[in-house]
Design a protein around this ligand. Structure first.
Ligand code: ADP
Length: 403
């Protein structure tokens, strides 16, 4: 074989080898691309460059996600308020460290209602997410000690899904106590001044030498009434403030419902007769309440007395109580004058009366329902009022039973 032939043969073999190696490399690259494409789920036919770019984007996104996560963790660790992030179902997604410290065993993936036990807050969060409007409310939470919180709800949407940030601010820690005290002192003095002014006017009339013995007896009777009212008002103010400060005698206990109701109904019988109101009861036998005897009595007498007093002559009142799962449901319904929708949200406030003069005439202090609310909430329950002016009122109390 000539030299030229040998050179040609070697050249051909070398280029074949190079070609084979190139083909092998290309097929390896193709296989690698297919693997990457399937890993990315991208459509077939994308170039290596496109695939590489997609991988780079994914890496960027992963870094951004990691950064966002770290930022969120940092914010939640440093946030000075107990803060909760909720999803649409009001399940906790994130919690600040302060929330974990201050609240009663809050956990991610646990419901807000289950965690904080406030139907009011749960409903407000649902409505804030529905309307996408921020809201503020004051709630009393009993989980992890009794505290009143000013809550701010900040709803938003993320990829079409509603979520909500809940910021809780301990009112006691932020309120100006001086201001609060002077506000309370002003309201109480005003409330006390009214019966006092009545007593003073009656005493002046009694000093009139020309007063007939019959009139004197009548005026003395009214002085007695006003003094009793004053005494009741002072007792209720003291009772309410002891409830609010947590220094009240034990609220919890185990009162037998039937017995507590009989005692209250017996006490209220003269009033019911005076107002010609009939009362029906439907009480589950052997039902007990998670309250002390005194608190059970306070609750029932306030609600039943209101139902009788505000019902108008010939009305009908129903008291029913039953166990419902792990709670007791008490309903007091009347077919009386009802409460206008404008007033209904305020009736549990201290000294709030729809019709001041009617309430005073009937011996009301405007504190009964705030006492009821405090007692019920201190026992971890809730009280709701439903009413239609002219048709009647329904008060519902739900009290959780201890295991
Ligand atoms: P009061 O001492 O004036 O009765 P409450 O705190 O018990 O105070 O009630 C607040 C107000 O709510 C009452 O003044 C009355 O206007 C209204 N109210 C309460 N219960 C009823 C009822 N069953 N029907 C109509 N109005 C009611």
């Amino acid at each position: 074989m000539s030299n030229i032939a040998i050179i040609l043969l070697v050249t051909a073999a070398t280029s074949g080898l190079v070609l084979a190696i190139a083909l092998l490399a290309i097929s390896r690259l193709r296989a690698e691309r297919t693997r990457i494409e399937s890993a990315l789920g991208s459509s077939a036919g994308a170039s290596i460059e496109e695939t590489t770019a997609a991988l780079a984007r994914m890496a960027d996104e992963a870094t951004v996600t990691r950064r966002c996560r770290s930022r969120l963790e940092k914010i939640m660790a440093e946030c000075p308020l107990p803060t909760i992030l909720l999803n649409r179902e009001r399940v906790i997604l994130e919690l600040s460290a302060r929330a974990e410290e201050e609240l009663d065993q809050p956990r991610r993936r646990r419901g807000l209602l289950e965690t904080l036990g406030s139907h009011e807050l749960d409903e407000a969060a649902a409505s804030a997410m529905d309307t996408q409007k921020p809201a503020e409310l004051i709630v009393r939470l009993y989980a992890g000690g009794r505290r009143t919180y000013k809550v701010r709800l900040a709803p938003f949407r993320i990829e079409g899904e509603a979520e909500c940030l809940v910021f809780l601010q301990d009112v006691a820690a932020s309120m100006d106590f001086g201001e609060l005290r002077s506000q309370f002192a002003a309201t109480v003095s005003h409330e006390l001044r009214t019966p006092l002014a009545g007593i003073r006017a009656l005493v002046e009339s009694l000093q009139d030498p020309s007063l007939s013995p019959e009139d004197a007896a009548k005026f003395l009777g009214r002085v007695d009434q006003e003094t009793q009212r004053l005494g009741q008002l002072i007792d209720e103010i003291l009772f309410l403030s002891s409830l609010e400060s947590g220094s009240a005698e034990n609220i919890a206990g185990k009162a037998m419902f039937g017995e507590a109701a009989s005692r209250v109904l017996e006490k209220l019988e003269p009033l019911a007769r005076q107002f010609e109101v009939s009362i029906d009861t439907r009480i589950q036998p052997d039902l007990s309440l998670p309250l002390s005897e005194r608190m059970a009595g306070t609750l029932l007498s306030n609600l039943l007395e209101n139902a009788i007093k505000y019902s108008g002559r010939g009305s009908h009142v129903e008291l029913s109580a039953e166990k419902e799962g792990r709670q007791v449901r008490i309903v007091i319904r009347d077919d009386g004058i009802g409460i206008d929708a404008e007033h209904l949200p305020h009736i549990f406030e201290r000294f709030y009366r729809v019709d001041k003069s009617r309430s005073r005439r009937l011996g009301g202090t405007g504190l009964g329902l705030s006492i009821v609310k405090h007692v019920v909430e201190s026992a971890g329950g809730e009280v709701r009022a439903n009413s239609r002016e002219g048709f009647g009122t329904e008060m519902t109390i739900l009290l959780p039973l201890r295991p």
